[in-house]
Design a protein around this ligand. Sequence first.
Ligand SMILES: CC(C)(COP(=O)(O)OP(=O)(O)OC[C@H]1O[C@@H](n2cnc3c(N)ncnc32)[C@H](O)[C@@H]1OP(=O)(O)O)[C@@H](O)C(=O)NCCC(=O)NCCS
Length: 246
Amino acid sequence: MFVLPKGSTIQFINKEIRLKRRWLHEMLEECGPCAKIANYNEKPVAQILYYPEEADITKAFRRENVLVIDCIYNPTPEAQKLGIGTRLLYSVIEDARQRKTYLGNKPCKFILAKAFNTGELLPMPEFYKKKGFLPTPEGNQLYLPIEGSYEPVTPVREYEPLLEDKDKAVIFYGPICQFSYQFAKRIEEIIREVGPNIKVEMINEWEKPEEAIKRKNWWLIVNAKPIHTFFMETEKFKEEIKQAVS
Ligand SMILES: CC(C)(COP(=O)(O)OP(=O)(O)OC[C@H]1O[C@@H](n2cnc3c(N)ncnc32)[C@H](O)[C@@H]1OP(=O)(O)O)[C@@H](O)C(=O)NCCC(=O)NCCS
């Protein structure tokens, strides 16, 4: 079950709504629609979010004419297993085949699905595989050819320690996922608990993409060391932070 982080407050949620609203407006102006919402019994029940990879200014490496599906989510019990998720996905695939506006009416080579497992409902990797998506050769995502074939990602070099990252923690968050800011705040809380003297900097990667690119898109750097453990594995995460600050 996707549980809101400890310390999650209405203030964080409001900030996330503001961030996401601004991002959606920007994307709408630059690329056209980038989300679809499904209604059931006249209520919004599920959504799919997507954008051209080229529009992701936070990434050091971007491919042309590739559509990224960031996430799909149907959290409404009475609307699950009714074909709604499938219809949302097929509608985006159909748009890509018809060269709709968000790719500037250009051919879409392939759709890339960010397929991560949140532990809730049917995991995205299983869903996309059911719908014909294939594993990328890099093995960490899934894709569906549309008018081209898969193009591998040029590997981004490893994070190299920056002098400015010494004795501080740099936490990245973004506007696309509504939990990102809350997660970043929870990470900040844990870091302050483990290393009370360490300075913490929180960076919105869409506002300062150069900061994210400079750190090779690593989500958390502590004392000039990239952190590998996901913060929800709390004890292991604390241990890695402890070692990084010592
Ligand atoms: C994947 C998801 C969108 C599917 O939504 P849905 O509206 O129930 O999808 P559909 O009704 O179109 O079902 C698609 C297929 O998945 C199957 N399915 C759906 N939910 C399932 C479940 N909980 N367990 C097993 N199979 C399931 C359906 O039976 C159907 O199978 P079929 O294609 O062989 O007929 C939904 O399960 C979900 O939101 N999963 C969590 C994804 C997530 O973590 N998102 C958060 C991003 S931050």
